[in-house]
Design a protein around this ligand. Structure first.
Ligand code: 2U9
Length: 334
């Protein structure tokens, strides 16, 4: 069977038309490459058609050769055009996917703020610093001597029951008050002394709305020649005036602490209620002796307040546990 020139011409035109639409329909560079192999590859369709050229008469061959070249170049141009189109599309898609829209609203992070307990400590310290006091701090892990013995609380003293705490294997303990700070300070300083000691303290306590095994105190201590209970009253009244922002009725009610004699609890009338806000007293002579001060020469006064209790009173907080839960809905109110 001989193949006619017109037959091959028809085959080439059909190939051209099929390839036209097939190339235009590709959506990926991989599909396009498959088509290139299919049409122009070694075993491609164009090659297959050209193989039949041998069956043509010699005079027909040049015409067909020219036509085949035309088809081949046409296919190459089309493949190249489509390759560029697809590549552009791919770049555009990638750009769209990776573009950073700098006009989009950012992810906002709420700005933190001072915790109500720290805020209360700061306010208390500010007032005493204004009255000439120096801030002093000390270790949370203490010895029995600094936490109890030097503060006139010997081993068999009933006050130890209320201040049971956490003991370490080596006999050290977590301080039950910040008072050891003042003992350490007195050991290394001579009167006159005016210090205020803020910090975290620990007690073996059952947690409820008003009790926590870990809480905070601020204590103050003044030692000088001739200090009296009147100086203590004046100092605390001024403190109360400043922290509550107004002159309030104040009551000093007799009380007992091992490290002060006489001792008192301080009540303040605020918004119609009497609130217990401070403990205080004249430093017990035994405490002065323990640090080598002569109680015949020096006298002093001390006071202590529970920071949580104070913050709860100032901000009408109903449950001490809110102070430790880091709940932003609670904290953002302050
Ligand atoms: C030295 C001498 C005396 C500190 C004092 C109180 C009274 C007091 C309580 C307040 C509420 C403890 O957190 S609380 O439960 N504190 O009532 N504290 S006098 O007296 C001292 C401290 C150090 C050397």
């Amino acid at each position: 069977m001989t193949t006619s020139l017109s037959q091959i011409e028809t085959d080439l035109q059909t190939l051209q038309q099929e390839a036209d639409s097939a190339i235009a329909l590709t959506t990926t560079l991989e599909e396009l490459e498959q088509l290139r192999v299919q049409y122009l590859g070694k075993k491609g369709q164009l090659g297959q058609i050209l193989k039949t050229m041998g069956k043509l008469s010699p005079e027909d061959r040049p015409r067909l050769g020219a036509l085949a070249n035309e088809v081949k170049e046409g296919l190459q141009t089309q493949l190249e055009n489509q390759r560029q189109t697809l590549q552009q599309a791919q770049i555009q898609a990638q750009l769209a996917a990776e573009t950073l829209d700098v006009t989009m609203p950012g992810v906002s992070r709420p700005i933190g703020r001072v915790h109500p307990l720290n805020n209360t400590i700061d306010r208390v310290l500010d007032i005493f610093v204004g009255l000439g006091y120096t801030v002093a701090t000390g270790p949370h892990v203490e010895t029995d001597y600094y936490n109890f013995e030097a503060l006139n609380i010997p081993a068999d003293h009933p006050a130890r029951d209320m201040q049971d705490t956490f003991f370490l294997a080596n006999g050290h303990l977590l301080r039950t008050h910040t008072s050891p700070v003042q003992i350490r300070y007195m050991e290394t300083h001579q009167p006159p002394i005016r210090i205020v000691a803020p910090g975290r303290v620990y007690r073996r306590d059952t947690v409820d709305a008003t009790h926590s095994a870990v809480f905070h105190q601020v204590e103050l201590l003044a030692i000088d020649k001739g200090l009296t209970f009147t100086d203590l009253k004046g100092t605390l009244k001024e403190f109360i005036r400043q922290i509550f922002g107004e002159e309030l009725p104040v009551k000093f009610r007799a009380s007992y602490f091992p490290f002060t004699e006489p001792s008192a609890e301080v009540d303040v009338q605020w918004k119609g209620k009497w609130l217990e806000v401070l403990g205080c007293g004249m430093v017990d002579p035994n405490v002065l002796k323990a640090v080598g001060y002569d109680p015949e020469v020096y006298t002093g006064f001390a006071a202590g307040l529970g920071v949580e209790r104070f913050a709860m009173v100032l901000h009408q907080i109903d449950d001490i546990r809110r102070c430790y839960q880091s709940d932003w809905r609670f904290l953002r109110q302050f």
